[in-house]
Design a protein around this ligand. Sequence first.
Ligand SMILES: Nc1nc2c(ncn2[C@@H]2O[C@H](COP(=O)(O)OP(=O)(O)OP(=O)(O)O)[C@@H](O)[C@H]2O)c(=O)[nH]1
Length: 277
Amino acid sequence: MQWYPGHIGKAEKELKEQLKLMDVVIEVRDARIPLSTTHPEMDSWLGNRKRILVLNREDMISKADRNAWAAYFSRQGMKVIFANGKLGMGSTKLGRLAKDMAANVNIKRRAKGLLPRAVRAGIVGYPNVGKSSLINRLLKRRMCPAAPRPGITRDLKWVRFGKDLELLDSPGILPMRISDQTAAIKLAMCDDIGERSYDVADVAAVLVQMLIRIPSVGAKALQDRYKIDNDCLCGKTFVQKLALHLFSGDTHQAAFRILADFRKGKFGWVALERPPR
Ligand SMILES: Nc1nc2c(ncn2[C@@H]2O[C@H](COP(=O)(O)OP(=O)(O)OP(=O)(O)O)[C@@H](O)[C@H]2O)c(=O)[nH]1
């Protein structure tokens, strides 16, 4: 998969510089794939900076997924907030939590004899996970362009949020892990990377196999939806059968339909990743 646009490389350098200035880092991940939407270097980049983890697109997973992830991150001692950047759920809680963390920073400053100052919170995350939507919700105005395609946000600026917090308005884009192909395929399924960077038919075939293994979906949901029997349980064959059945043999269109249906929740709202045991 080739999906490492030049501006992301540039953003990595800028992001590392910006991270040094942040007191609180709000890391946004896609709730459907919380493991694939974080960067392996994140912990080392953050050092002992405070972190709030936001699992965005909470509307796109089931309650059981949500509970499983909440328990997992709570065991890790991480503060996690489930959010919906589109409708704004979670943003008030996020604002409050960021401010609470901000208060801690100033308590420490006072103890050291330093004057209190506005605390800086920055939002970081992979492209298209909903960072701009969350910032717009937090600031209650449209500052950042939010768009249904990755890689929209480019520039960085600080904006006052209340009297004691500053928010880095333009979200920090995490450089994506090009080496991790499994993560890359899940990012493609969730529409978190540009469509031109992957083979739709390959990605749809893997998705079919993943959906078959998810108990709340299973082979039957796929067969019923498209009126196709999939006795061999092979994703590639399923895409080909669907192509013949509905799209005059056009596998690209068939694959695209499966991906679009998954993204629209036609197989139910399900996470593609569950916490490791
Ligand atoms: N269903 C759903 N859609 C969301 C949610 N949050 C954001 N979106 C949509 O996801 C798309 C991407 O959102 P953005 O806010 O632009 O994402 P971003 O992370 O800032 O993207 P970049 O600028 O590429 O880094 C938009 O179409 C949003 O409307 C959510 O919680 N649920």
